[in-house]
Design a protein around this ligand. Structure first.
Ligand code: B4P
Length: 199
């Protein structure tokens, strides 16, 4: 299996690049942001709880998102690999993911981090907020709060995977196609290296 994490701050293009990656590489896309928004749209108890956190720019509790990922992994037990988009966002989530994957006799293959400066991110998110209807994208104070949470709770996750030798940082500024080319090259060289080590 080839399991990829796409990592980066809010608005860095994880969702945008993920759509292209799953199309090209045939991975199953697991976006905790999308899964939570589906729960909110369906007005489920989980969605109502999550909305309280998302609207304030906070992370949804670890046990909620870990449970969601666990059931998605079970649903797609024949997948040739997964693309984790927006997950893990805390060290506790990263440790839980390692455990869930090891039960399935697999592991994270690579982590690609998109690097974008904060001012560009604020501009992108406010622009998306004009049309997306996403309550967490319309208020600049909430967007700034999301960056603060990213720096304190999520950024350490990059160090967790760097220590495992799995992290690669890619510049996330440029056209969507330019960034996708760099991301694709990185995935292809990782797949080639894995095939060589098997043969
Ligand atoms: P997410 O849905 O993960 O979303 P995101 O971080 O806001 O955006 P992403 O990086 O995917 O940006 P996108 O491609 O859309 O999270 C939302 C919330 O859910 C979180 O704040 C949190 O509360 C909760 N949550 C999710 N996962 C969680 C977890 N694991 N634990 C706890 N809580 C969790 O791009 C943004 C914009 O930029 C788009 O409009 C796009 O068109 C534009 N763009 C993309 N690439 C561009 C480029 N190269 N140039 C110019 N614009 C570009």
């Amino acid at each position: 299996m080839f399991n990829l994490i796409l990592f980066g701050p809010p608005g860095s293009g994880k969702g945008t690049q993920s759509e292209k990656i799953v199309e090209k590489f045939g991975l199953v896309h697991l976006s905790t942001g999308n899964l939570l928004r589906q729960e909110i749209a369906g007005k489920t108890p989980l969605g109502l709880e999550a909305k309280n956190f998302i609207d304030k720019g906070q992370l949804v509790p670890d046990e909620v998102v870990i449970g969601m990922i666990d059931s998605c992994l079970d649903k797609h037990s024949y997948a040739k690999g997964f693309l984790f988009d927006g997950f893990p966002r805390t060290i506790a989530q990263a440790e839980a993911l390692d455990k869930l994957l090891s039960y399935k006799k697999t592991a994270i293959s690579k982590v690609i981090a998109l690097d974008v400066l904060e001012e560009e991110l604020v501009a992108r998110l406010l622009k998306r907020g004009e049309t997306s209807g996403r309550s967490d994208d319309t208020d600049e104070a909430i967007i700034r709060k999301r960056f603060l949470v990213y720096k304190t709770e999520t950024e350490p996750v990059a160090g967790y995977y760097e220590a495992q030798g799995k992290l690669e940082v890619i510049k996330g500024i440029g056209t969507i196609e330019e960034i996708f080319e760099a991301v694709s090259n990185s995935i292809e060289s990782e797949i080639a290296a894995r095939q060589q080590s098997v043969s």
